[in-house]
Design a protein around this ligand. Structure first.
Ligand SMILES: NC(=O)c1ccc[n+]([C@@H]2O[C@H](COP(=O)([O-])OP(=O)(O)OC[C@H]3O[C@@H](n4cnc5c(N)ncnc54)[C@H](O)[C@@H]3O)[C@@H](O)[C@H]2O)c1
Length: 258
């Protein structure tokens, strides 16, 4: 698919990886819908993307809400007349041993990471089917390929996203819609700073702020963490590719093979 002027919705867009995805798709000449919880933060990123040329619209959305996701799709169709790409990137993590994980935390992680992707996809799929064109890209995780301890809900949600990718690939393929997943490795972001690093750093004998680099050096053939743009490039490839569907592309410097 020629990406120039195509319309992409990116959820969780103002987060670390979301920004990398938006910037990479912008470089391909795409029009961006910057969708995240805070309207103000979405507007700021949309303005920055517009400054580099092309259209971008900031849109507050809660991916766990049917009403909110339906409204997002309707607003995008009214504003741009089309939705070509949906990137289900919004995600959260709660790190805890299975014995301690609160039921409410399990519910919230599954609601954002898994149900959120379902609701957003449902909101855009009828339009894509009508247009006989679309790309859906689910941001899963290396936790779906090589999960670690303390990630009960997160790993379940990210494995679930690969399952959804394979189901939707078959259901939507006949309508010329491809569905793929990207499995990022280790990108320093809020979820590392707030959850993963404080929990894992003592076991690696390093400071929480050094954990991503430490893991990359010790457990990645390429010996360096990934950047948001590394993930953006993978998303851009899957947007362009006409014959790739049902895949889960791991971008982790080789970590899953370690
Ligand atoms: N950082 C990593 O190392 C890593 C590795 C593998 C996978 N991932 C996945 O990449 C995606 C982005 O993660 P990140 O590292 O950029 O984290 P991040 O915390 O920087 O970004 C996540 C974004 O999701 C948004 N969000 C949360 N709940 C939402 C909701 N209900 N509705 C709409 N938006 C919501 C947040 O506001 C935030 O902007 C997530 O799905 C994450 O699981 C990250």
């Amino acid at each position: 698919m020629d990406l120039c002027n195509r319309v992409a919705i990116v959820t969780g867009a103002v987060g670390t990886i979301g920004q990398g995805i938006c910037r990479s798709l912008r470089l391909q000449g795409m029009q961006l819908v910057v969708a995240d919880l805070s309207q103000e933060a979405c507007d700021r990123l949309a303005e920055e993307l517009r400054a580099s040329g092309g259209s971008a619209l900031g849109l507050a959305v809660d991916v766990t809400s049917r009403v909110s996701t339906q409204k997002m799709a309707q607003t995008v169709i009214e504003a741009f007349g089309q939705i070509d790409v949906l990137v289900n990137n919004a995600g959260i993590i709660v790190v805890a041993p299975v014995t301690d994980l609160k039921e409410s935390d399990w519910d919230q992680v599954i609601a954002v990471n898994l149900k959120g992707a379902f609701l957003c996809t449902q909101a855009v799929a009828a339009h894509m089917i009508e247009n006989r064109n679309g790309r859906i890209i689910n941001i899963s995780s290396v936790a779906a390929k090589r999960p670690g301890p303390l990630q009960t809900a997160y790993a379940a949600s990210k494995h679930g996203l690969i399952g959804l990718t394979q189901v939707w690939c078959q259901e939507l393929g006949p309508h010329n819609i491809t569905v793929n997943a990207v499995c990022p490795g280790f990108i320093d972001s809020a979820m590392w700073r707030e959850q993963l690093s404080p929990a894992y750093a003592p076991g690696f004998g390093c400071e929480p702020s050094e954990l991503v680099e430490t893991i990359a050096k010790a457990f990645m053939p390429l010996q360096r963490p990934q950047t948001p743009e590394d993930i953006g490039q993978a998303v851009a490839y899957l947007c362009a590719a006409d014959q790739v569907s049902g895949q889960a592309l791991t971008v982790d410097g080789g970590h899953a093979l370690w």
